[in-house]
Design a protein around this ligand. Structure first.
Ligand SMILES: CC(C)(COP(=O)(O)OP(=O)(O)OC[C@H]1O[C@@H](n2cnc3c(N)ncnc32)[C@H](O)[C@@H]1OP(=O)(O)O)[C@@H](O)C(=O)NCCC(=O)NCCS
Length: 197
């Protein structure tokens, strides 16, 4: 960013914030990832054909998954990404992930990504999870713009983005390589000035 424009989010602000937790409907909760309890979810996400196809996760064994969880916390401290587990509030292991990644803190933007293991699907929990992360991104972190992108062939993700208040801005042609080839991607985004709404 050029010197005459101050950073939207100054360096150090994110690492000074404690990662918050949020209650979700259906007895679920957004909380930081914890090892070893949540490591199996990161192994299992690669085994699920839908997550493997749409999110393109790495294949991990349990030690690798524990390292990945350590990396999630390092990435918060490095102000690179904010990654939450979606898990039963009673303390059970993670059933899903929602994160704010591709952070450009000087430019004030980031991208939400998410997945749920099959056991976590069908209750609508990802819409309020997206709303909590978005409010945090605007109110606490201070971003200006948050986006969600997904293949045009993934209507469930499109429904989550739209219901969470991210209007469709357009279609990016040939934007992401999946196992079956290049996919056009929908771009949804929300501005801080859209909130609340
Ligand atoms: C995307 C995902 C997080 C959505 O979570 P979910 O619990 O399955 O979603 P819900 O059951 O709450 O459904 C959300 C909306 O999508 C709709 N939907 C779900 N599956 C659908 C499908 N296959 N086709 C069309 N609409 C679908 C639902 O009807 C619902 O809309 P409604 O509330 O208006 O009825 C989850 O399906 C998932 O993790 N999928 C695999 C990985 C993935 O797609 N990740 C996103 C990459 S961008």
């Amino acid at each position: 960013m050029i010197d005459s424009i101050p950073p939207v989010v100054p360096p150090g602000r994110m690492r000074a914030l404690r990662q918050p937790e949020f209650d979700l409907p259906h007895g679920m909760r957004l909380r930081p990832w914890a090892a070893p309890r949540d490591a199996p979810a990161l192994v299992d996400c690669f085994l699920d054909p839908d997550i493997r196809h749409w999110n393109r996760p790495s294949r991990l064994d349990l030690p690798g998954a524990e390292e990945r969880i350590t990396r999630f916390h390092e990435r918060w401290q490095a102000e690179e990404a904010a990654i939450w587990a979606i898990a039963p509030a009673t303390g059970g292991p993670a059933l899903g992930l929602i994160g704010l990644a591709d952070l450009d803190l000087p430019g004030g933007s980031g991208e939400i990504l998410y997945w749920l293991l099959p056991a976590g699907r069908g209750t609508g929990v990802m819409v309020p999870a997206t709303t909590h992360v978005t409010r945090w991104a605007f109110d606490d972190l201070g971003l200006h713009r948050v986006r969600i992108t997904h293949s045009v062939a993934n209507p469930a993700s499109c429904a989550v983005a739209t219901k969470a208040g991210f209007p469709l801005e357009g279609t990016m042609r040939g934007a992401l390589l999946h196992a079956d080839g290049w996919h056009d991607e929908h771009l949804h985004a929300r501005l801080r000035t859209d909130y609340p709404g």
